[in-house]
Design a protein around this ligand. Sequence first.
Ligand SMILES: [Zn+2]
Ligand SMILES: [Zn+2]
Length: 280
Amino acid sequence: MRVDLHLHSTASDGVYSPAEVVQIALTNQLDVIALTDHDTVSGIRPAQAAAATTGLQVLAGVELSSEDEHTDRHVLGYLIDVDHAPLQALLSELRDSRTNRAARMVQKLADLGIPISMERVLALADDGAVGRPHVARALVEGGYVSSIQEAFDQYLANDGPAYVPHYRLEPQRAISMIHAAGGVAVLAHPGHYEDYRAVIAALVPLGLDGIEVYYPDHTPAVVEDLTVLARQYRLVMTVGSDFHRREGDGSARIGSVRTPPDANIVEALRERARTYQSTA
Ligand SMILES: [Zn+2]
Ligand SMILES: [Zn+2]
C-alpha cells in the first residue's frame, strides 16, 4: 500500500488545487493520501470529491504551526471532523492572524523603501493561508529580488529586516483541539528540530499521538532513531512527503517516501483516533 500523509494544496501554500493534488497522487499510484494544508481544512472536501470514484482514499488532515518558546513546532492533525465548530473557529483565528502578519511585513518593506502591494500578496495566496512565501513571490514579481531564496535571505528570514513573528499557538492547545475534533496529533518532520528528542519528550505528556518518521529529509540514522523513540513512547509512525510543488526536473515527490512493507500506518492512525472519537 502506498501512502503519503503530508500534502499541501492551493488551500494553503501549495501550487496545485486539491483536485490536481488528487490527480498527481493517482498518477503516482497512491492508495491513501491526507491533505494537510496550513491552518485550513477547506481543501478536504474538494479533494475527497475529486477522488470519489477512483479508489484513492483521502483522509482529512491539517498542519498547525504551534510555537514553543521561539521555535515552530508543526503539528499534523489527522482524521479530524472538518465541521467541528471550535476547530473551525481556531483555524479562522489563525488565518486572520496570518493576514495581519503579512500586512505588517508589507508595511516593514514599505518602510525599507520597497512598496509591494498587500492586494497582490493576498492574490498570490489565492484565498489560502497567506504567509512569507507569498510576500517573497511579490518581491520577486516586483523585481526587488531575483528569487524566493533571496527574498528570504535579504528580508524575510527570522532575523531579516521585514520579519514579523506569527501568532503563538501553544502546542498544548494545538494537540487538545485536534483531539476535541476527534483527530490524532502527529509531530511533523521531527528531523527539522535539532533537539527532536527533547521536543518529543515534551509533547508526549501533552497527548502527542505520533511522529512523522518517514520524511524526505530524514537520513536513515534519523529514521532509526525516531523508530526507537516511537516504540518507547508508543507513538504512531507516519509518512509524508510535504509536497508543495513539483521539483525543478518536473517530478512530484508525492508518494516518494518509502516505508517498511509491514508499516500499518493508516490502520494505526484509525485505531488511535477511535480513542478520541468514542468520548466525543
Ligand atoms: Zn511543516
Ligand atoms: Zn507541511
